[in-house]
Design a binder for this molecule. Structure first.
Ligand code: KG4
Ligand code: ZN
Length: 342
């Protein structure tokens, strides 16, 4: 089965062709047209600009991914995300499905981030705990099996990636903020400044990162007033910020995994590209949860891509979870549980 994956939920226009041969995944192509340079000018994603760029890029990106091959199934991100961005991918997928008379699978972007782990590990044991940390989401999901999710907790305000992006903006660093802060943090030391670890002891699986961002704002304002906002101070603030986010994510993930007695922990989303988070969580799992396996996708599969959409599409196609092209619509608030688009 050859699956074309299409992703346009935020600021990356992506397409991938995945072939599944007797249960083995063979990646034929993986094309990502990033809008990062465009959004760097505004310090964040402007939805209208993102949609315009998706329109310019979607056909060439799909053509490049297909290289003349006609897929058997078309899988597209239908939500969650920016509605104007989602619509470009969804309408293109519907058109192709109609023209080629091919089945269409609607994929949840969050599920895509989780399923990215299966690209390189086919033997992940269930039940699993999935931590999704991206620019738009921070959530812990219990995963009983493919397609069976239960939300344990999510952020009440900003997502972890959003906090990285906003904190970077406050410090005058580039966009996206995650990789920038991470780079600066390598030159600094945590603990020189103190930032809060929001909700670390709340006892539930919810998160909150907006207070952390505000704490950075006050700290930077104070440092500027005292004329102490030097490069060293920026590096130390970045190191402390990265540690604060990591501490919260590690503590809450470990607690939830122990309580839910899961056999695996899987990570997904752009923030998982953060090396400190991957390493700290790995250490904590080894130390406190012997017998629990720990997985994260390789770097290119953490940030938005269409391979994860093709793969999640394959698992749905296997169960014949197709959506007729007439019925498929973008759903910017689609959650993994409850209401589904398909
Ligand atoms: O999953 P993603 O590509 O898009 C969404 O679905 O939101 O995640 C993008 C987010 C951005 O907020 C970006 O700053 C963050 O992932 N990010 C990182 C790193 N690389 C990307 N955050 C922390 N450390 C990184 N190395
Ligand atoms: Zn994403």
């Amino acid at each position: 089965m050859k699956i074309l994956g299409i992703e346009s939920s935020c600021d990356e226009t992506a397409a991938a062709l995945l072939e599944v041969k007797r249960g083995r995944f063979v990646l034929r192509s993986n094309v990502v047209a990033s809008q990062v340079k465009i959004h760097a000018k505004t310090g964040g994603v402007v939805p209208e600009g993102a949609a315009r760029n998706h329109i310019l890029k979607i056909v060439p990106v799909i053509e490049k991914a297909l290289g003349g091959v006609k897929p058997d199934v078309i899988a597209v991100t239908a939500g969650p995300g920016l509605v104007t961005s989602l619509l470009v991918g969804v309408e293109t997928a519907r058109t192709l499905a109609y023209l080629w008379k091919k089945p269409l699978v609607s994929v949840n972007h969050i599920e895509g981030h989780i399923i990215a782990n299966w690209m390189e590990h086919s033997d992940i044991a269930f039940p699993a705990l999935a931590l999704v940390v991206s620019g738009g989401h921070t959530e812990l999901n219990h995963m009983k099996s493919h397609g069976k999710y239960r939300l344990l907790g999510a952020t009440r305000d900003d997502a972890a990636g959003e906090a990285f992006d906003k904190a970077a903006k406050i410090m005058g660093l580039g966009y996206p903020g995650g990789p920038e802060i991470s780079r600066w943090a390598q030159k600094g030391r945590p603990g020189v400044f103190h930032l809060p670890r929001p909700m670390i002891d709340s006892g539930d699986d919810a998160f909150s990162f907006s207070g952390l961002k505000t704490a950075v704002l006050y700290l930077v304002e104070r440092m500027k007033k005292e004329k102490k906002f030097t490069k060293k101070a920026i590096a130390d603030i970045c190191a402390e910020f990265e540690s604060a986010v990591t501490d919260v994510l590690v503590a809450k993930t470990i607690r939830a995994a122990g309580r839910e007695r899961v056999r695996s922990i899987v990570l997904g989303g752009g923030v998982v590209a953060n090396r400190q988070l991957r390493a700290a969580l790995g250490e904590a799992v080894t130390r406190t949860l012997p017998g629990v396996s720990y997985y994260y996708p390789s770097l290119g599969y953490c940030t938005d891509n269409a391979v994860m959409i093709a793969l999640a599409g394959y698992f749905r196609a296997e169960k014949k979870l197709f959506t007729p092209w007439e019925k498929l619509s973008a759903d910017p608030n689609w959650t993994l549980y409850g209401k589904t688009s398909a």
